[in-house]
Design a protein around this ligand. Structure first.
Ligand code: PLP
Length: 411
């Protein structure tokens, strides 16, 4: 028998969504007439923007003719897309990126996970708590997490608690780390990092030769003009950070798949013998060996988000979700709940009332309002005492959920 990767056996079962699913199914079986409102999902619900659909149709027609047919895409992305990204997402914010610092991919989930492959097995990983669960699982799979205790905490991971006390902006690690996952705007707390806080992290990473893995998948949701959209708005970040972006939550590409990762040329790691090594070169090598590029039709769709029409439509989508966020946030505050997030992010982080646990409040919302959230404890111990609601549903669902919570839930 072939030996398996034992690190996979250290993964905790994905308890959160299987357990919420089980409770919802049980509830629905016992109450077949109850109309559930699902505010637990992190997936978008609005269709792709018309400009994207139009560009994809045209691209499909190109694929139908021998003269315009395209086979394997360039492994790091077609020039038309990479150049549009550099010009619009960065150039317009005063950030200069070379096209070959941008690597197009099929998702921020895969990139934030796969990136660990270019680092040594003994790298120490720091993660926020609560956290987007995939970062932890890939750390376990790569053998960098160590062993879990009875509460599921791994002994080699450095956890960075994000709590109301620190405004969900973690303190610097209290021991040396090599890789630091930061996700802002944050899933699940909906928090953002101020420019000053982000600068502290960049300075720290430069001083300690650590690398920040900056997940900016929700950057389009930032409303506050003072909040940085990219880590490269901070001086020195080119020597300290890799940035991940995605068309998923911005333009509705969760089912279509297109994202990109920025690895600046200045960013270096070191080899076992102590020599400096370009992380950009390693990532491009990794991607061109293991990934054969994003489909032409999809990249044409992604590029269409940068046309005038596409930008207007993408803004419309994001505004729609952010109006939902406002409705949910304001409604729950009016009901007397303490609510975080939802101002610069599509996630609303609701404090459980009366010291209820995350799971008890989840059950209460389900039983009394027929509203499905996600228990905060499932994202890490510091998520205990919170439930995450998302703004990705339909407008009517957001309004009705708020109304039900106000009128039916004994708070
Ligand atoms: N990063 C964060 C923080 C997310 O919340 C998600 C999806 O929920 C992703 C990445 C996944 O993005 P993609 O669809 O590009 O793989």
């Amino acid at each position: 028998m072939a030996r398996v990767n034992d690190h996979y056996l250290k993964l905790r079962a994905s308890y959160l969504f299987s357990e919420t699913g089980r409770r919802v199914r049980e509830f629905q079986a016992a109450h077949p007439d109850a109309k559930l409102i699902r505010l637990g999902i992190g997936d978008v619900t609005q269709p792709l923007p018309a400009a994207v659909i139009h560009a994809m149709h045209e691209a499909v027609d190109e694929m139908a003719r021998a003269e315009t047919f395209r086979g394997y895409p360039p492994e790091t992305g077609w020039d038309f897309l990479v150049e549009a990204i550099a010009r619009h997402d960065y150039g317009e914010r005063g950030i200069k990126l070379a096209p070959d610092e941008i690597v197009v991919s099929d998702g921020a989930k895969s990139d934030t996970g796969n990136i660990q492959e270019i680092f040594g097995p003994d790298c120490v990983v720091a993660l926020s708590d609560p956290v987007y669960p995939a970062y932890l699982d890939v750390t376990v799979m790569g053998g960098r997490a160590g062993n879990a205790d009875a509460n599921g905490r791994y002994d080699r991971v450095v956890y960075l608690p994000c709590t109301a006390e620190n405004n969900f902006q973690p303190h610097l690690p209290d021991r040396p780390v090599d890789l630091i996952y930061l996700c802002y705007p944050n899933n699940p707390t909906g928090a953002v990092l101020t420019r000053a806080a982000l600068k502290t992290w960049v300075d720290y990473a430069r001083e300690r030769n650590a690398v920040i893995l900056y997940d900016a998948a929700y950057e389009a949701y930032i409303r506050d003009g003072e909040i940085p959209h990219s880590i490269y708005e901070i001086e020195g970040a080119r020597e300290a950070a890799i940035e991940f972006r995605s068309f998923s939550k911005t333009a509705g590409f969760t089912g279509t798949r297109c994202a990109y990762t920025v690895v600046p040329k200045e960013l270096q790691g070191r080899s076992g013998s102590g020599e400096a090594v370009s992380l950009n070169a390693l990532w491009v090598r990794r991607q061109s060996t293991k990934f054969n590029g994003v489909a032409y039709v999809i990249q044409r769709g992604a590029a269409a988000t940068y046309t005038d029409e596409g930008r207007r439509q993408v803004k419309g989508l994001v505004d729609h979700y952010m109006d939902n966020a406002r409705i949910i946030r304001d409604g729950l505050e009016a009901a007397g709940l303490t609510v975080h997030g939802g101002r610069n992010a599509p996630y609303i982080w609701v404090k459980t009332p009366g010291r209820l646990s995350s799971w008890d409040f989840f059950d209460k919302l389900l039983n009394e309002a027929h509203v499905v959230g996600t228990p905060g404890a499932g994202f890490g111990p510091s998520g205990e005492g919170y439930v995450r609601l998302t703004a990705f549903g339909a407008r009517a669902a957001a309004e009705e959920a708020v109304e039900r919570i106000k009128t039916r839930v004994a708070l």
